[in-house]
Design a protein around this ligand. Sequence first.
Ligand SMILES: NC(=O)c1ccc[n+]([C@@H]2O[C@H](COP(=O)([O-])OP(=O)(O)OC[C@H]3O[C@@H](n4cnc5c(N)ncnc54)[C@H](O)[C@@H]3O)[C@@H](O)[C@H]2O)c1
Length: 261
Amino acid sequence: MKDFDGKVALVTGTTGIGLATTRRLAAGGAAIIACGIDRAANAAMKAELESSAAEALVIDADVSVPDQVRDAVAAGVERFGGLDIIVNSAAVHPYGTAVSTDFDTWNRAMTVNVGSIYLTAHFGIPEMIRRGGGAIVNVASVQGFACQQNVAAYATTKGAIHTLTRALALDHARSGIRVNSVSPGSIRTPILEKAARGENGTDADVEAAYKRFGEAHPIGRIGEPEEVAELIAFLCSAKAGFCTGADYKIDGGLTAGIGVK
Ligand SMILES: NC(=O)c1ccc[n+]([C@@H]2O[C@H](COP(=O)([O-])OP(=O)(O)OC[C@H]3O[C@@H](n4cnc5c(N)ncnc54)[C@H](O)[C@@H]3O)[C@@H](O)[C@H]2O)c1
């Protein structure tokens, strides 16, 4: 018996941490509903899951659009019979201060990074209640605690995710639904690669940047998406039955100290 046999999991974001989490949950026996806006990544994930014989529905969807989230949940429930797990990993990462960020960019960050979590909860929780409970894990960030410069919109969304996680946990605990967030430090994924290349750079030495980012973490390296996926899988599993309303840092000690190397 595998840890997610008989479970149905919806995961948003089909690259990076979302991809690693999908692989981990599928390997654990879960049927997968994966939603992402990156069609090439979706196609690659679909091919990979089909070749591993996992049960999966990979849906091209913008998770900030209500109808698209509603339809994805409905399609998954129709195909697999219900919904037990939601992992919200999709996000955008705009750079800018409040002055340099235009209002459309600000609103896009809010609707993708936070609005999508509201939407998967809005459409998904009634399905979880029908199953007698479930688990939600939201991917936040260390930037929800202490942020860098020039990421005003992104950092704000991550603080909001911590708060929304607590609100969902309190409102739905008595329905058997546990809600937690994870807050990663630097993790080797496409978002970090974009940061490594810099706002405008394309020919930056990405590995050198990863080494530099890693040195800022007391553990001395950046993290891997599989390490985050393992924590998410634990929080989704029955072993985490008393965990709800909390954030779990996975940051190599980054936020434990003040400027420690
Ligand atoms: N990598 C890091 O260093 C790091 C650190 C802290 C937090 N995080 C968080 O981890 C999560 C996953 O990011 P990642 O590191 O895997 O990077 P990533 O870029 O691989 O993942 C983000 C995913 O979201 C998808 N996406 C963006 N807008 C979407 C939309 N409107 N609809 C559907 N999908 C959409 C992208 O296509 C991408 O697949 C994000 O919430 C990110 O903020 C990452």
